[in-house]
Structures are given as C-alpha cells and as structure tokens.
Design a protein around this ligand. Structure first.
Ligand code: FES
Length: 223
C-alpha cells in the first residue's frame, strides 16, 4: 500500500436530491485519475467505505454518497468542521486516451462522472435514475441527457456510441457490456481494505477472478 491516509476536515455536506455531496479539504491527497477511489472512515464504524471522487475543485475532494446503510448515513451526517480519515487514491481508474467519449451513469453510479467529464474537457453523457427526486443529481453534470425509470440509459444509446465509459448498477453495466464491446466499466464490490489484502472484493469477470480494488474498479470489457 502506497497511498497516503490523512485526516481531512469537512467543508460542507450538501443535499443533492436523496444523495449528499460530502466536500472535504484536500490536504496533501492527490485527486488521482477519475474512477479511482478513496477509503472514507465513517465515525463510529469499523470498516471504511470506498468512494470514487465526484468533484475536485481546487483544495477540495467531493464525494457523492447515497445514505443506504449505517456507514454511508454516518458520512452524510457529518457537519462543517468535523474531520475523517481518508486513504487514497486507490485502484485503477478510467483510461482517458479516448477519442469520442460518451459517459453513462446510473443512480449513485454517476458519482465519478463529473470529475471524469472535467478531466476529458467536457463530453456527452447519459444519466439514468429511478425517480425525479434522484434525477436532481443530474445538476452535477450540466448538459447530460437524463432518463427516469422505466426508461433505461441503454434505450437511448446511439447506434454508434463511440468510446463508452460507464458506472452504475450491475444490471446496467451488463446491458452496456452486451451492447458496446470494449466499453470501460466501473464495477462496485464490498471492500474492507482497498489495497489487495483482504480478498473481500473478488468477483469473476470473463472466467477469471479479479480483486476489484487493485485490478479495477474500472475494467475494460473485452472487445
Ligand atoms: Fe481488500 Fe480488495 S478490498 S482485497
């Protein structure tokens, strides 16, 4: 493990639809490559939570968090001036050497896309959400096309989508993979350590087992 761990102060915890954008002082941490992740240590919780970076304004690191469990709820309840330990950046992010990028995001999976779009100099994006309330998070990616269930992101994929970079729930990623060979897909798995030691994040992909924390989370689908 080479990534640094630092105690970072909370700048703000802003509601974004049902999500929270947790903004932390950056300290000496590097924002890394979009799609890489950080381990956020929630107050009172044993296991840290893996989070991809959402926004990276000067001096800050921003994480979009869905308060679905005790750890994520504790992170969303942080207040200005609180501080938490953060480790990162970790893992393998998106390959930015793409010519015609199209970003696809589903639900909380839109998390890494604002920073990714910024790194690519702005790009096309399609975002899918389960409700209008969740779709309020689309404001983090101005100009993106937005669909709300029952419509799906893959329903409005152009026939020639270009270089697809996607993050979202597994069924969405499987549907993207079926439509777009060679797409870059950011997968999710429970992670305890974040640097290859616990094997808690092992998944099977195309007949081989990978540790998503060091082999991913972004995997390029075999074209
Ligand atoms: Fe521990 Fe991947 S999270 S090996």
């Amino acid at each position: 493990m080479t990534a640094p761990r630092e105690l970072l102060r909370v700048v703000a915890a802003e509601p974004v639809g049902p999500y929270t954008l947790l903004r932390l002082e950056r300290g000496v941490l590097d924002p890394g490559i979009p799609g890489q992740f950080f381990m956020l240590e929630a107050p009172g919780r044993v296991l840290p939570r893996p989070m991809s970076l959402c926004t990276a304004p000067p001096g800050e690191l921003g994480f979009l968090i869905d308060p679905i469990g005790p750890g994520t709820r504790a992170l969303c309840a942080l207040k200005l001036g609180d501080a938490i330990h953060v480790l990162g950046p970790l893992g393998i992010g998106f390959d930015l050497s793409v010519e015609r990028p199209l970003l696809l995001g589903g639900g909380i999976g839109i998390g890494p896309l604002p920073y990714l779009s910024e790194a690519l100099g702005g790009t096309r994006a399609i975002l899918g959400f389960r409700s209008d309330h969740h779709a309020e998070a689309a404001r983090l990616l101005p100009g993106a096309e937005v669909v709300v269930e029952p419509r799906l992101v893959t329903e409005i994929l152009p026939d020639d989508p270009g270089d697809v970079l996607a993050c979202g729930p597994e069924p969405m990623l499987e549907a993207v993979r079926a439509r777009v060979p060679g797409a870059q897909l950011a997968w999710e798995a429970p992670m305890a350590c974040g640097y290859g030691a616990c094997y808690g994040c092992v998944v099977e992909r195309e007949g081989r087992y990978v540790r998503l924390c060091i082999d991913g989370p972004v995997l390029r689908d075999a074209a």
